[in-house]
Design a protein around this ligand. Structure first.
Ligand SMILES: Nc1ncnc2c1ncn2[C@@H]1O[C@H](COP(=O)(O)OP(=O)(O)OP(=O)(O)O)[C@@H](O)[C@H]1O
Ligand SMILES: [Mg+2]
Length: 223
């Protein structure tokens, strides 16, 4: 099943009367269970693209449709009110970053629970869900530890658990292994592969690492 469709995407940044075109005639289809790598030189628009797919940036031209579970159909996020954009983002999208972006003063368990902070779910249920995820990624014993007490790979697994808490369908990753060694990078990639195969989640992974790209099903190259 198709969950995202981009066609003829055009994006530029304006600085005074100067315009820098970052994306031109960009197209991408994302199916359920896809593991897609995006590669390209620095400044080629990879993060810009993730921001568009991630509903963080609506200042683009062209067609972008994302599956909306509420409508059970593909919809154009551009036509939505801000509150509906936030809802769609919460329902559909998860984010994983190079530097993990964990809150240092919170325990690992509290970090994983964060995305549900504004939901009406009972805290006990949220916590149970978070523990299940920590267990799945083999870091349940780190529940009460703080991020500074963890290795890079463990921190990234906490961040992945956090990204999955609200059961998104599409996970967007910007250099998720950029701060990890080769062996730990492969561990993270095998986590992602399991989530694709077993849970039919989809991934778009921006990476400079050819080994990470090779582990994906498809590679999209920016120039
Ligand atoms: N908010 C902004 N305002 C103006 N220009 C921007 C802005 N964000 C990005 N750019 C420019 O757009 C281009 C693409 O940036 P982007 O961050 O998408 O690149 P990238 O492919 O992610 O690079 P990297 O591999 O270094 O992370 C760059 O030339 C950058 O300077
Ligand atoms: Mg970038």
């Amino acid at each position: 099943m198709k969950i995202a469709h981009l066609e003829n995407i055009y994006k530029s940044y304006k600085n005074g009367d100067q315009e820098t075109v970052v994306l031109r005639d960009f197209a991408l289809d994302i199916e359920e269970g896809d593991l897609i790598a995006i590669q390209g030189r620095s400044g080629s628009g990879k993060t810009t693209l993730l921001n568009i797919i991630g509903l963080m940036d609506s200042e683009y031209e062209g067609k972008y449709e994302l599956y909306s579970p509420k409508d059970q159909a593909m919809i154009c996020p551009k036509n939505l009110r801000d509150s509906d954009v936030s809802r769609l983002r919460n329902e559909m999208l998860g984010f994983v970053f190079q530097h993990f972006n964990l809150l240092e003063h919170m325990t690992c368990l509290e970090n994983v629970c964060l995305p549900a902070a504004f939901s009406r779910k009972p805290p006990k249920d949220v916590e149970a869900e978070a523990r299940t995820l920590l267990e799945r990624f083999d870091i349940l014993d780190k529940s009460d530890a703080f991020p500074t007490q963890l290795s890079g790979g463990q921190k990234q697994r906490v961040a992945i658990a956090r990204a999955l808490l609200l059961k998104p369908r599409l996970i967007l990753c910007d250099e998720p292994t950029g701060a990890l060694d080769a062996e730990t990078s492969q561990e993270i990639m095998s986590c992602f592969k399991d989530l694709c195969r077993e849970d039919h989640l989809s991934f778009v992974i921006v990476t400079h690492d050819p080994n990470v790209a090779q582990a994906c099903d498809r590679i999209v190259r920016r120039n």
